[in-house]
Design a binder for this molecule. Sequence first.
Ligand SMILES: Cc1ncc(COP(=O)(O)O)c(C=O)c1O
Length: 388
Amino acid sequence: MPPDSKFTKLRTELEARRSRHLYRETRTADSPQQPHVVVNGKRMLTFCSNDYLGLANHPDVIRAFQQAANTYGVGSGAAHLVNGHFRPHQQLEEALAEFTGRDRALLFSTGYMANLGVVNALLDGRKDRVYADRLNHASLIDAGLLSGAKLTRYPHNNTVHLRQRLLAQEDADATRLILTDGVFSMDGDVAPVQKLALIAREHDAWLMVDDAHGIGVLGKTGAGLLEAEGLSQDDVPILMGTLGKALGTAGAFVAGSNDLIEYLIQTARTWIYTTAQPPAIAAATLVSLQLAQTETWRREHLQALIQQFRQGAAQLGLPLMPSDTPIQPILIGSSEQAMEISRKLEAQGILVTAIRPPTVPANTSRLRVTLSAAHSAQDVEQLLAALG
Ligand SMILES: Cc1ncc(COP(=O)(O)O)c(C=O)c1O
């Protein structure tokens, strides 16, 4: 091979992505996360953030972050088991356990790492089995693949199929783990968690729900899909939630029984072998968690915006997906067309990202509209007018 043929390969692959309208690029923001932002030097109204409750730029959250940085500094300096576990981390773990009605919670630096860590701690290679919804988030798919366990991807939300597969693969020695998003990140619909809990119990399988998009948004106190569906730790033994979406900060947690958390502390490699998140992030999250629980108007306003958007979009005849959550995708199909519409909206000062394969299945490119309690009814009107 000539010396730079490896780079030629990269360039060829990049070009192929461009020609298939699958090329991805970042935009640079010069303002906080909020509906009206400055992106690539231009003022835009955005509908693509996961800051569902509008807490990422809340003055109380910022103040808590600043005060904790004054007290504890910026970097945590070490992993949790070395000397990187600070008082705010401990307080946040306790608050998250209480919030979710679980014995304990354990903080991870990101949701991606939490998923990799838990799945790989519980499964032991080829002798074990993992059952994952086909539309699960990439981090759950990667967690299953990395574990080396036999991976079955069942059709989206199809519990009949899942049950059949479990029945066909009874094996007393195998640990079995059912993995599902709570709210599906690119679709906005929710998993049939009550049925899944029943099936998991019948087959003595673990059930893990990744509620990255449900925490803060669903349930009476915002504790997520499992609160909304009345499911306890006995029903769903492993709950993963993220802090970087509705709670407006960064990181993630896993909540469950004392035994589960102790086991993860001993074995979850993405928790053990990494620097703890900065303590100021935990301190800020303690405040945003409090706001998420007490300021119920945020969830109520968000629900009103969701209804307003769905009604307006239906009147325009837009192909909405069956979702009652702040994730309201408009199904387009071709990546080229999705990109073109996204660009046209951008020219009108509205930012809605086009989501394309491999994030979503082939021919299901979509505009992923997300709503936030920080939006006003007028913002939604503006989006509908532009879409019209
Ligand atoms: C369903 C789901 N799980 C996990 C993650 C990963 O979380 P994090 O961004 O904290 O790594 C995301 C998105 O980022 C997600 O949408």
